[in-house]
Design a protein around this ligand. Structure first.
Ligand SMILES: Cc1cc2nc3c(=O)[nH]c(=O)nc-3n(C[C@H](O)[C@H](O)[C@H](O)COP(=O)(O)OP(=O)(O)OC[C@H]3O[C@@H](n4cnc5c(N)ncnc54)[C@H](O)[C@@H]3O)c2cc1C
Length: 355
């Protein structure tokens, strides 16, 4: 096995979390190597929704697929439209987002190796398989696990994952003007079905806590619900992935976890892009300044715990679940809470600069 020169910062995973971390470190003069097992950066099972308070206003407008000031929310008993002064949510193609973030990180000086899978971790080095089929050993000073909800860095740290959500997504050709959330508790329990329009495709999918419903049942319910919305998904390709909401920390000595690897996604909505980017930047700041307290992560975890409470109470019985969803939407309708209560963004904003 070949051994490469040690690197100051190795980041496993070129998702939004890994790339945000890489850009921030490289901008501040650190040597960074990002390892990505896929050959193409970006594509990921995802509805591609990004919020105004989170990421939307930092992404160049020409990269967005659809921008929505209105959100349509349906429960068993209510249908409401939430209107924002600014766009509330936009949709983005994950490949577009990934390529843009990779370009930003490379311009800052980060090196990105695609087709390179990390498979072994020790306290001093990692072993990767390279595109030419070789194994290579690389030493590190800091190791950042930005490798998603099945993170091998998290496994190496011995941190189990107990709160997993499951999302199933179909990308269907077509156009649609309304962005819709269907909190149909009879079909999805405390989860929901969505219709998120992109430019020439529509993301139609469903998300729920894995403990509340097995994936096969979620898919069945999704097909039933989609048919009622006028979409026959039986001949379309379903893609599914897990979303980790089991946060146990980001900082473990010289090893760090970011985004889904850290379990920072919302268990209520499945929103994970913004938490990945914020935590990626926070980890970079901690590496640059070991005294950095990372208040943005604490704020996100507080929001995540509120979402978790709704999920935990909903799991107690179906009546309570329906009551909570109706109550939540009634509060939105009466403007007692606004849509931001459903978002992971707090008062901290991300710094992603234009490429
Ligand atoms: C169906 C569905 C819909 C969703 N919709 C939304 C949405 O609308 N909005 C939103 O905000 N969030 C959404 N999410 C969640 C969101 O996709 C994730 O939370 C987000 O991608 C997490 O970013 P990340 O950088 O932490 O991890 P990821 O985006 O998962 O990136 C991890 C990267 O690490 C790489 N990797 C993994 N293991 C290795 C290894 N051993 N070696 C090298 N590379 C490795 C992977 O290939 C991947 O590129 C959705 C999720 C699902 C499943």
């Amino acid at each position: 096995m070949k051994t490469s020169k040690s690197v100051e910062n190795i980041i496993i995973g070129a998702g939004p979390g890994g790339l945000a971390c890489a850009a921030h470190l490289a901008r501040n003069g650190q040597k960074v190597l990002v390892l990505e097992r896929k050959y193409c950066i970006g594509p990921k099972v995802c509805a591609g929704g990004i919020t105004w308070s989170g990421l939307l206003r930092h992404v160049p407008e020409n990269l967005l697929e659809g921008v929505f000031c209105d959100q349509y929310i349906f429960t068993n008993l209510q249908r409401i439209r939430v209107r924002g002064k600014n766009p509330i949510i936009a949709t983005i193609n994950r490949k577009t987002l990934g390529q843009w973030m990779a370009k930003t990180a490379k311009q800052a000086g980060a090196e990105i190796a695609t087709g390179t899978r990390a498979h072994t971790i020790t306290a001093e080095h990692i072993i990767v398989s390279t595109p030419d089929g070789e194994n290579r050993k690389i030493g590190y000073t800091h190791l950042i696990g930005a490798d998603g909800s099945t993170s091998i860095v998290r496994k190496y740290l011995g941190i189990p994952v107990n709160n997993l959500g499951i999302g199933i997504n179909y990308m269907v050709a077509g156009q649609r003007s309304k962005m819709e959330w269907h909190l149909n508790t009879r079909l999805f329990g405390s989860g929901y079905g969505w219709i998120f329009p992109h430019k020439d495709v529509i993301s139609i999918g469903a998300f729920c806590d894995r403990k509340n419903m097995p994936a096969a049942d979620l898919k069945k319910q999704l097909l039933t619900w989609a048919a009622r919305q006028g979409y026959d998904l039986t001949r379309e390709e379903a893609k599914a992935a897990l979303v980790n909401s089991d946060f146990q920390g980001c900082f473990f000595g010289n090893i760090y976890l970011v985004g889904d690897a850290a379990g920072l996604a919302s268990s209520l909505t499945g929103e994970g892009i913004y938490p990945a980017i914020v935590s990626g930047e926070a980890v970079a700041k901690r590496i640059l300044d070991p005294g950095y307290a990372a208040p943005e992560i604490n704020a996100m975890v507080r929001r995540q715990r509120q979402h978790q409470t709704v999920i935990r109470l909903s799991a107690k019985n179906p009546l309570l679940c329906s009551f909570l969803m109706e109550w939540l939407v009634l509060l939105l309708r009466l403007k007692i809470i606004d849509f931001h209560a459903l978002e992971m963004a707090g008062r901290f904003s991300v710094q992603v600069p234009a490429a």
